[in-house]
Design a protein around this ligand. Structure first.
Ligand SMILES: NC(=O)C1=CN([C@@H]2O[C@H](COP(=O)(O)OP(=O)(O)OC[C@H]3O[C@@H](n4cnc5c(N)ncnc54)[C@H](OP(=O)(O)O)[C@@H]3O)[C@@H](O)[C@H]2O)C=CC1
Ligand SMILES: CC(=O)[C@@H](O)[C@H](O)COP(=O)(O)O
Ligand SMILES: [Mn+2]
Length: 396
């Protein structure tokens, strides 16, 4: 480690799957990292336990009643963490002058405001929250540039691409032909398409390789996760939509690849464990222990690859369509998908109708190029209204 001072970290969404993995990596390096603030929406006891362990200055909760419970429990346990819940609390802990790095691990568009706050304040912004960049698009990247933030991809595929690329960003455009995102194909890669209507939330959340939050798990099952990742890659690496390609690789040992102009291809490999990209994002350009198991090539079975089946995964192609349409279309697609997934998880919508909700919403909402966060949020609200109406019409 070069500097003596510890890296002061805010973890947004600390009670979720990425949040827990982040705190696991941080705990392995008490000499390098200290936790400044944590945030959650509803899991009071989990956040309380994290406060006891990491002693953050602040704990922010999205819901006021949960924040009140947390404050009471912290007091009972003699812990001095200050609880925040007011509008702007997440933005405050993401942009505080004492913070060096922010793990953006809130799920959904709700994470966009805090991401922009961290970017504006020039933080090391570790981006797991892919919906934020899918919604924010050009505005997100402009805010990162203008704020002088250091944007570190955490999504495993994008971390892989980042690790494959030359350190000098100014050479990316001339050297890279395209990037190839790997996809697991989810739990229904081999399932008879005629049976997709009967799928339960429990089945959809049973990802073959990763234990993740419920929303991203459903997205993996529809391959909308890969659609969001195509859009994410376009913005992170300044690519055209055509320069982002997808291949199914069920074992998820290769996390993604870069094809260079001279036909050389560089891939990043590892066991499927999010602590690897998280450790990379926290320490880059240094490399620190993540706790992940190491690859053992002798015991690996075959690494296989196949094309995504369009009939089974119609949502995947919406990524390229949305990227070629009016700016703002990706925000509409994201909002529609968040609403549809929520309806499916609440058993109000069949799994195989998520795509129909997304299509109907895209047809109903005509965005004009959003130039500000306020305009993006207004578009998000309009798209959610249209998606809710579509979900009701298509209800199970
Ligand atoms: N899990 C993974 O392996 C990967 C995840 N990602 C991305 O990272 C992000 C987080 O995913 P994951 O950790 O799986 O999700 P989880 O559902 O496990 O966790 C989400 C976190 O966000 C909090 N949260 C939920 N809604 C809000 C809100 N409205 N305002 C503030 N906080 C909120 C939750 O609080 P509470 O728990 O208290 O309700 C929780 O801490 C997603 O964007 C996902 O796509 C990317 C790659 C891999
Ligand atoms: C770990 C991670 O980054 C997830 O996005 C995961 O890779 C999901 O994979 P699939 O969407 O390919 O199933
Ligand atoms: Mn991913």
């Amino acid at each position: 480690m070069n500097e003596e001072r510890k890296l002061c970290v805010t973890v947004l969404g600390s009670t979720g799957s990425i949040g827990l993995s982040t705190l696991d990596v941080i705990s392995r390096h008490p000499e390098r990292f200290e936790v400044f603030a944590l945030s959650a929406a509803t899991k009071v006891d989990e956040l309380l336990a994290q406060c006891a362990r990491h002693k953050p200055r602040y704990a922010a909760m999205a819901s006021a009643p949960h924040a009140a419970q947390l404050a009471e429990k912290l007091k009972q346990n003699g812990l001095r963490t200050t609880v925040l819940t007011a509008h702007g609390a997440m933005e405050m802990i993401a942009s505080h002058e004492e913070v060096d790095a922010v793990m953006a691990a809130i799920v959904g568009a709700a994470g966009l405001g805090p991401c922009l706050a961290a970017a504006r304040a020039g933080k090391r912004l570790m981006l797991a929250n892919k919906e934020a960049i899918v919604v924010g698009g050009e505005l997100f990247m402009r805010t990162v540039r203008d704020g002088g933030a250091n944007l570190m991809p955490i999504d495993s595929e994008h971390s892989a691409i980042f690790q494959c690329l030359p350190e000098d960003r100014s050479t990316w455009a001339e050297r890279v032909d395209h990037v190839l995102l790997t996809a697991s194909g989810g739990p229904f890669r081999l399932r008879d398409p005629k049976t997709l209507g009967a799928i339960t939330p429990e089945e959809a959340c049973a990802h073959p390789n990763f234990s993740m939050g419920r929303k991203i798990s459903v997205d993996s099952a529809t391959m909308m996760n890969k659609a969001l990742e195509v859009i994410e890659a376009k913005w992170l690496f300044d690519l055209t939509p055509e320069q982002v390609k997808v291949v199914i690789h069920p074992q998820q040992i290769i996390h993604s690849m870069v094809q260079f102009q001279d036909s050389s291809m560089i891939a990043q490999l590892g066991t499927p464990d999010m602590r690897v990209p998280i450790a990379c994002g926290l320490a880059w350009p240094e490399r620190i222990a993540s706790g992940a198991e190491r690859l053992d090539f002798a015991s690996l079975s075959a690494l296989t690859f196949e094309e995504a089946d369009v009939a089974r995964f119609p949502g995947l192609h919406l990524a390229w369509q949305a990227l070629r349409a009016v700016p703002g279309t990706t925000a509409v697609l994201n909002a529609a998908n968040e609403v549809a997934v929520e309806a499916f998880l609440a058993r109000r919508l069949r799994f195989d109708r998520i795509h129909a909700v997304n299509l109907e919403t895209l047809a109903a909402v005509a965005p004009s190029k959003p130039g500000s966060l306020a305009e993006l949020l207004a578009l998000d609200i309009e798209a959610r209204a249209a998606a809710n109406a579509a979900a009701l019409r298509l209800a199970a």
